[in-house]
Each structure stands twice: as C-alpha cells, then as structure tokens.
Write a protein that binds this ligand. Structure first.
Ligand code: FAD
Ligand code: MLT
Ligand code: ZN
Length: 490
C-alpha cells in the first residue's frame, strides 16, 4: 500500500525541478503530459518483474544539483529512488509507487587517476565498462566485472556492493572503495573522497553506503583502488562428473594456481543447456557432464602461467577429477568461453522469466540447494516441458561460496513462487547461509531479512536509517521496510 505520508507529485514540484536542473531535458515530466513511453525504462526493472508508476525522472549533472533536488524532496516529503544502470536483480532500482527517480546517468566524468597507486576517482554515474576501458589505456583494471557491465554504473556497483566474477581475486568493494562523495537526504554533501589505503580515524562511515542500496543517500563520487592489468590471461573450461569432483578441482586450483587464479566459476548442465538453446553456439567440449567449471588465471608472466595451468590440467585429468577440458588459445576464445558463463542470465530470460535466489552456503552444501529445489518442484509436478517451470538451474561464484539458484519459468506464477518461498529461506537459515550473497535486498528480499539478521542487528539498522533519513524518503517499501521483518524475528 502506498504510504500516505508521502506527498503526491504536483506541478509546482516539477516546475522546481525544471528550474533547478541545468537543462529541461534533465527532467522527464509525466505530470504535465503523457510521457509513459519515456518513463517506462525507468519504471520497469531488468527482470520485468517489478514496475513502478513514477511520473518524474530527474537526471542531475553535478553533486550540487543532486543536493538541491534531494533537499527539496526531503522538505516536501517526496519519496525518492536513486537509480544507476537499472540492472539490479532485486527490484530495488525502480519505484514501487510514484517515487521520484533520481537517475545518475549524466554524472559520468572520470575525475582523476594516479597510475602509480592505481587510485581512480570517478563520478557515480560512469558505466563500469567505460571505467574499465579508461583503465585499460592506463594498464589497470576495474576491480569488478559482471555480465551487466555495459549498463551498470560505478555508483550502482557500490550501492549494491556487487560481487561479480573476479571477487575471488580482487575482493570486496568494502576493501577496494577508498572514499565516497554522497548526498544525504537533507541535501548535505558528505565529502569523504579519500585517496588513502589506510585511514583509521574514527568510524568508517562510507561502509554504510556500500551495500546500502540507496537507503541513506545518493553516491555521486567514488574513489577506488584499481589493480594493475595482468599481462597474461588464460581461461580454461572443463566438465566434471560430480559435485565432489568440483570441490576437489577447486582445492587443486587454489593449491596449484595460487596467486594467479582470478576466477573459479561453476555452471551446471541445465545452465549450459539454456545458453546452448539461446545462442546455438558450438559447445566448448564434447560429451554431457552434470557440472562445468570455468577457471581464469591472470599473471605477469605468460610462460610461467601457461606452465602452471597445463600442470594443473594434467594433474586433475590424470587423477580423473576433471573429465574433459579445453584452454582458450586467444582473446576471441577467451571471450567465447566466458560467454558460456556470463550468458546464462540472459539465456534463461529469453524463454520467459526467472525466479532468482542469490545464496551464500558453506561450500560442501553449495549445490544441495539446487538438488533439493529440483526434487521439491518435481514432487509438486510444477516442472517439465508442459509445465510453467522450465527447469532448476544452478551456477555461480564457486570460489566465493555463492550459488545462484534460478528457476526459469514461462511466466511468473504464484504456485511456483509459493513452492519456493519461504521454503528456500528456511533451508538457507538451517545451513547458516545468506539469503542475499551479492544482489542485495531491494524489494524482493526485504521481507525475508529476518532469516539472516537477528533482532539486535535489525534494531541497530533501523536506528542508522533513522539517523541518516529521519523522514524515511529514501527507498520506502524496500530493504529494511519489509512487512515480514518482525514475523521472522519475533
Ligand atoms: P541499479 O540497478 O540502478 O541500482 C541498484 C541499487 O542501488 C538500487 O537499490 C538503487 O536504488 C541503488 N543505486 C543505484 N545507483 C545509486 C547511487 N549512485 N547512489 C545510491 N544508490 C544507488 N550483481 C552482482 O553482484 N554480481 C554479478 O555477477 C552480477 N551479474 C549480473 C549480470 C546481469 C546480466 C545482470 C542484469 C545483473 C547482474 N548483477 C550482478 C546485478 C547488477 O548488475 C549489479 O548489482 C550492479 O552493480 C547494479 O548497478 P546499477 O548501476 O545497474 O544499479
Ligand atoms: C551472475 O553471477 O551471473 C549474476 O549474479 C547474475 C545472476 O545471478 O543472474
Ligand atoms: Zn553473481
């Protein structure tokens, strides 16, 4: 239900926005005229699961503009949704009702780069692929990579605390982000764009914005530590007969590839089947296996890395841990092999819609959740060629203990949803896992937060939210606002 504390958008509000932002095209105005087609991409999420009804989208160009419009929203009790590339997978980036969308697309400047330290200072609205292309020219790499790199923004990455494909090597944004510039709901500009690796002077407030999903302010600038770009990158793709063997291969990869291992990704047969059906690409290896893994190495000495990778493959194949495998011979093949991993999400979406669960689980049970879900949906006769659910798919960041349990469906369906939720969250709670490893809470997971966080933690989180956003204008109905919180914690 729409919260009646929030003001409905009026002409005077739109007039203020138009007067305040640099040029009129920075305001998509659906109040004065029918602009539903123009507003649609900002109201609709990537998964086509959530749709808001905003009547106005603002595209400020500077931190000062963000400050002015946010202060105005706060003073006038207009609810707000910050939006980056709108590639989020939990419905956080679109309004629920008529919230004002503040989209960062126009804040897209690189501010500075130091090629000795590798520290990049950048606007929150820069698309991550553009950041990485800039860094490539300077011999560095953006420390995060993910399938939506062509649309996701740096500020969106930080707000979501995205994990991605190289987390194993370069770690969390909680470590890589050195400083932030953010605007608080009352318009205050928080300037903490530190370029220091070490800074133990008081509470590290920026950490609250990392993974804060836009609930306490808008990130307009980011200072981020970027690693040297590796001279030698190799990718191998292989098939395995069991999850036991996947675990053995992972252990061996850490042991034998050590410091050059930059990704270890897991894909099950169902996931690769979807990529194959969608792309009709020739499969990298012949034969059907229940599991496939993709390994990437990044190092400074090609010869040395090749030697290590070949010794590793020889060992795991000799020991029959890996059944069959292939190593990319050039850049094109590297991209093709990555396509079998990065293309999974889009491939499933092509056949309808997808129920998505992004879970952290102790590694030994990582795939069990997929098997149990498959069994459950089969026993309820919800899955199959003539049914709504097209399969149960497991893939993810093996090296991070993070599996993506996905149920592709012809269309979103209440019976399928009721069979999975909250059952899957209870499953995760029993294993002491996380119900949201990297995608966040948004609206999709808000009411399940109690499966993960206890009452003491929730109380502190609510106090923090109250301190930063006393009027509660940022991201209502999401994150901490889930109606089910008490029911699962009380
Ligand atoms: P949005 O989707 O626009 O917003 C995400 C959240 O952050 C929302 O709550 C929004 O309100 C808030 N927000 C956005 N910008 C700001 C800002 N400047 N200040 C404050 N709040 C803000 N995620 C992973 O973690 N790992 C993956 O491997 C991964 N792969 C993906 C692959 C595909 C094909 C797709 C579609 C998505 C994937 N994602 C992944 C999810 C998503 O791309 C990331 O979370 C990404 O970081 C979101 O960035 P964005 O700019 O699109 O943010
Ligand atoms: C991935 O790892 O590919 C992403 O998190 C996207 C997804 O889960 O669909
Ligand atoms: Zn992921």
């Amino acid at each position: 239900k729409r919260d009646s504390r929030f003001t409905e958008l009026k002409q005077e509000h739109v007039d203020f926005f138009k007067k305040t932002l640099e040029d009129e095209s920075a305001v998509i105005d659906g109040l004065s005229k029918d602009a539903s087609d123009d507003l649609e991409p900002f109201n609709r999420d990537w998964m086509k699961k959530y749709r808001g009804r905003t009547k106005v989208v603002l595209k400020p160009k500077s931190v000062e503009e963000v400050s002015k419009v946010l202060k105005y929203c706060n003073d006038n009790m207009l609810a707000v949704v910050p939006q980056g590339g709108n590639s989020g997978l939990v419905g956080g980036s679109v309004p629920v009702f008529d919230e004002v969308v503040i989209n960062l697309t126009r804040m897209n400047k690189i501010r500075s780069f130091d090629d000795v330290s590798g520290i990049l200072v950048i606007d929150g609205g820069v698309i991550m692929e553009n950041a990485d292309n800039f860094l490539k020219e300077h011999g560095h790499i953006y420390p995060l990579d993910l399938g939506a790199k062509g649309s996701a923004q740096v500020g969106g990455n930080v707000a979501a605390n995205a994990g991605g494909l190289r987390f194993l090597r370069y770690g969390s944004l909680h470590g890589n982000v050195l400083g932030l510039e953010a605007v608080l709901p009352d318009g205050t500009i928080l300037n903490d764009l530190s370029k220091l690796r070490k800074n133990n002077t008081g509470y590290d407030l920026k950490q609250l914005f990392i993974g804060g999903e836009g609930t306490i302010g808008i990130i307009t600038g980011v200072s981020i530590q970027c690693p040297q770009r590796s001279k030698a990158v190799n990718v191998a793709y292989f098939g395995l007969e069991s999850y036991e063997k996947v675990q053995k291969a992972y252990k061996e990869a850490k042991l034998q590839l050590g410091e050059i291992l930059s990704a270890f990704e897991l894909m099950d047969a169902a996931s690769q089947g979807f990529v194959h059906r969608k792309t009709e690409m020739k499969r990298p290896i012949e034969g059907d296996y229940p599991f496939y893994c993709l390994i990437e190495t990044s190092g400074s000495n090609g010869e040395h890395d090749n030697e290590k990778l070949e010794a590793f493959l020889e060992h795991v194949m000799g020991e029959e841990i890996v059944a069959d495998g292939v190593v990319a011979q050039d850049g094109t093949q590297i991209a093709e092999l990555w396509g079998w991993r990065e293309g999974i999400t889009e491939a499933m979406g092509h056949f309808g819609a997808t129920y998505k669960y992004d879970l952290s689980i102790p590694i030994k049970d990582l795939y069990k959740v997929v098997e149990d879900t498959r069994e459950r949906l089969e026993s309820k006769q919800l899955i199959g060629d003539d049914k709504v659910a097209l399969g149960v798919v497991g893939f993810g960041h093996m090296g991070d203990g993070n599996i993506h349990l996905n149920i592709p469906v012809r269309r979103y369906d209440k019976d399928v949803e009721a069979a999975i939720e909250p059952w899957v969250y209870e499953w995760i709670q029993k294993k002491e896992g996380s119900i949201s490893a990297e995608h966040g809470l948004g609206i999709a997971k808000a009411k399940y937060i109690g499966y993960q966080r206890d009452e003491t933690m929730l109380k502190l989180m609510h106090q923090i939210k109250q301190l930063y956003d006393p009027n509660g204008i940022m991201m209502p109905y999401k994150y901490l606002s889930g109606e089910g919180v008490k029911e699962h914690t009380g």
